[in-house]
Write a protein that binds this ligand. Structure first.
Ligand code: ZN
Ligand code: ZN
Length: 150
């Protein structure tokens, strides 16, 4: 069975850990800044944290909802591939995969521009969602840094 999205089953415990960490992060920030919100200068910090949290959720959802699948190559495309690099046939997907693709045994499909299978989002990271994955790590670091700011 193909695992086309990080939001589909089978799920992994790592996903639960990430969700709990993000929620705890938001909770800890709320607890630490909540009692001090009568100081107007802290409102900017609170607004920045809410913005970063929303950006983080948006990039995580984009990362896990984009299917980084390699759809294989047609005969014409196969002929255009540099012959010094022999195209690799995937016996699971039953097609010739594109250069830099790799079959992921967790997702059970070939991934275009395979980077890695991320256990934390339970999804493969490839060419199509690499930008969103990178943004996710950026916003996650920002949210952790901001939650320690107060
Ligand atoms: Zn494959
Ligand atoms: Zn995978």
């Amino acid at each position: 069975m193909r695992h086309a999205s990080g939001t589909s089953s089978p799920y992994r415990n790592h996903q639960l850990v990430v969700s709990v960490v993000i929620l705890l992060d938001a909770f800890a920030f709320g607890l630490s800044i909540g009692p001090c919100l009568n100081e107007v200068e802290l409102w900017g910090l609170a607004a920045a944290f809410v913005f970063v949290l929303l950006a983080l959720v948006a990039t995580v959802l984009s990362t896990v909802c984009i299917n980084p699948i390699d759809v294989g190559m047609s005969r014409d495309q196969l002929a255009n591939v540099n012959q010094t690099k022999n195209p690799i046939y995937c016996f699971q997907c039953k097609f010739y995969m594109r250069p830099k693709s790799k079959h992921c045994w967790n997702c059970n499909m070939c991934i275009a521009g395979f980077d890695h299978h991320c256990l934390w989002v339970n999804h493969c990271i490839g060419t199509r969602n690499y930008g969103y994955f990178f943004a996710t790590t950026f916003w996650l670091l920002c949210s952790l840094a901001l939650s320690w700011a107060p």
